[in-house]
Design a protein around this ligand. Structure first.
Ligand SMILES: [Cu+2]
Length: 314
């Protein structure tokens, strides 16, 4: 082989390497821990909760595989507790990056999002049971660098659904760990958040048009109980365990999702008629205490719902 051919091949390789590196970006993420009273149901009931940026779940972070997340956590001076951040999308040192941050202090660290998927993030401070169940969790989506494919098709709409626990306001850390004084399940921060069938105070439902591919980024933030995620009157067309396109499964009815785990699940409704689905945690104790979500598939679906980053309806 002529030297020029080897050289040009090398140049092409270097150019490819360069373009891959150029695609990866640094994503700055700043969060503040806010201890506050927050509404936990559609009737307006408030409880003392601990939050990232004031909401349950915290903000959805979305990056692409290979990106560097440049993270900063501020624990507000007025807070009473130490808090921390445990990104399940990070491969780091639990005693370093994930260490506790006292009120008034800041912690900065960086990590590369090496694996695509849907991951929980949560507070890991003592008692972790109390910190998580008072609302300190959220979702980071790491999109695959290859983009969409036949095995990971582009969806028409996307929704994030996070299940969390609700305990009595005065439950002790030990009681919470033992699942005592348990009151119910929060869906994106509220019991029956999107279920006007079981809660007359609910005012929001998820929407799509008949025949659309609707993608759910589902995370179980409950501290002890698995989730049994099932779309009543539907079948999950495709499911990716941990949200990784390589972990594909077809035609699933119920997905078992462990605490602190996530899945991506697609639903495709009939295209020739309007239909409705009830997305439930099929553990009946969970479903009937808050974990039911209505998806309406209708021709006049709100074009803004589940699009343009509007993944968590509030
Ligand atoms: Cu905390």
């Amino acid at each position: 082989m002529k030297l020029s051919k080897i050289t040009s091949g090398l140049l092409v390789s270097l150019a490819l390497l360069g373009s891959q590196c150029a695609l990866a970006k640094v994503v700055k993420v700043e969060m503040s821990v806010i201890e506050k009273q927050i509404v936990v149901d559609n009737a307006g009931t408030k409880q003392n909760m601990w939050t990232y940026n004031g909401t349950i779940p915290g903000p959805v972070i979305r990056v692409t595989e290979g990106d560097i997340v440049d993270f900063s956590l501020l624990n507000l001076k007025v807070n009473k507790q130490s808090h921390s951040m445990d990104f399940h999308a990070a491969v780091v040192d639990v005693l370093d990056e994930f260490e506790g941050v006292r009120p008034g202090r800041t912690k900065d660290f960086k990590f590369e999002a090496k694996y695509p998927g849907v991951f929980i993030y949560h507070c890991g401070s003592e008692s972790m049971s109390e910190h998580i169940s008072r609302g300190m969790y959220g979702v980071i989506i790491v999109d695959p660098k290859e983009g969409y494919s036949a095995d990971f098709p582009k969806p028409d709409r996307e929704y994030v659904i996070v299940e969390g626990d609700l305990f009595d306001n005065d439950a002790t850390p030990t009681e919470i760990t033992n699942n005592e004084k348990w009151k119910g399940v929060l869906i994106n921060g509220k019991q029956f958040h999107y279920d006007p069938v079981h809660d007359q105070n609910a005012s929001i439902v998820l929407e799509s048009k008949p025949g659309e591919r609707v993608r759910f980024y589902f995370v179980n933030a409950k501290i002890n109980e698995n989730s049994a995620f099932h779309p009543i009157a539907g079948i999950w067309d495709k499911v990716w365990d941990n949200g990784n396109p390589k972990n594909i499964r077809h035609g699933m009815q119920t997905i078992d999702v462990a605490p602190a785990h996530g899945v991506i699940a697609d639903l495709v409704s009939p295209s020739d008629r309007p239909t409705n689905n009830a997305l439930v945690d099929h553990r009946m104790k969970s479903a009937l205490n808050g974990a039911i979500t209505i998806l309406m598939n209708k021709p006049d679906a709100d074009p803004k719902k589940g699009r343009d980053g509007n993944l968590v309806l509030r």
